[in-house]
Design a protein around this ligand. Structure first.
Ligand SMILES: [Zn+2]
Length: 277
């Protein structure tokens, strides 16, 4: 038993249980190992692959495993009208099938997020296959000749600063309104002490103040001035260092950091990337 019979059974069961017929489905978001198999699957459950199958995006992003049907569902929602029925089915150790009815208000969200489409439009191919292998941990690279003494923050320190790190919060002085990042205890402008409120910064834009290239780690790094105040030092993502210019508009994206931690714990933080759209 493989892909076709397993999903077919799950979807067939769902149709029966929900009292819907294949023709009621606006778009089906199916896990897809390859474009041809998913077409076969659509036909086998009575759907018209041309009209009712959500583009499996295999050529644009490959097969993303567990996330695949959810990404396709998100892509389907970006185009869906209220009242439309969307079908989603996963595959792997069986199959889970879901039926959704799109509610009013879906159109209002359009254009407010980057979405699957937006992310795919701004994707950048890796420069070479070696980079892919290295990022995926599929090859062992030679030791760096210059050992880097990275001191890892303890879990306690991360917990204490969690709002600065994960939701990218800075502080705003309650006395003079100056926004500061990283968070301070004393206002840089009016010197008021411990008189701040936290403000969210990740959805702010910024301008590139300075940048450099870290040849040890092979990544661009920069200092970005945030709109409304605050200055942050971070890694830059999805950009060739030769394309960087002081003063260019930047936005923020939450990413995994390429730190060589011997304890195997991943570090995450925001990175800045040029605004493209
Ligand atoms: Zn102040």
């Amino acid at each position: 038993r493989g892909y076709l019979p397993v999903i077919k059974e799950a979807v067939g069961g769902l149709f029966k249980k929900a009292g819907v017929e294949p023709k009621d489905i606006a778009k089906a978001a199916f896990y897809a190992p390859d474009p041809r198999r998913v077409m076969e699957l659509a036909k086998s459950v009575g759907l018209n692959p041309q009209a009712q199958l959500q583009d499996p995006l295999i050529e644009a992003m490959g097969c993303t495993g567990t996330a695949h049907p959810l990404m396709l569902l998100a892509a389907a929602l970006e185009e869906a009208s209220p009242g439309a029925k969307l079908l989603m089915a996963s595959y792997g150790n069986g199959s889970d099938a879901f039926l959704f009815t799109v509610k009013e208000g879906v159109e209002e969200l359009r254009g407010t997020r980057r979405g699957v489409k937006g992310h795919l439009e701004r994707k950048k191919p890796l420069p070479d296959y070696t980079t892919y292998l290295r990022w995926k941990g599929l090859v062992t690279m030679p030791e760096r000749r210059v050992p880097m003494a990275v001191s890892y923050p303890s879990a306690v320190a991360i917990w204490r600063e969690r709002n600065r790190i994960y939701p990218f919060h800075g502080v705003k002085c309650k006395n003079c309104g100056t926004v500061q990042y990283p968070p301070q205890r004393v206002c840089i402008k009016c010197k008021a002490k411990d008189n701040f409120e936290e403000v969210r910064l990740y959805d702010k834009k910024g301008t590139l103040f300075s940048f450099s290239f870290d040849f040890l780690r092979g990544i661009p790094i920069g200092i970005v001035n945030l709109e409304g105040g605050g200055r942050v030092f971070l890694e830059l993502a999805d950009v060739d260092v030769r394309e960087l210019k002081v003063g260019m508009e930047m936005e923020f994206t939450f990413r995994k950091l390429d730190l060589w931690r011997s304890d195997g714990i991943y570090g995450y933080f925001w990175k800045a990337t040029p605004v493209t759209a």
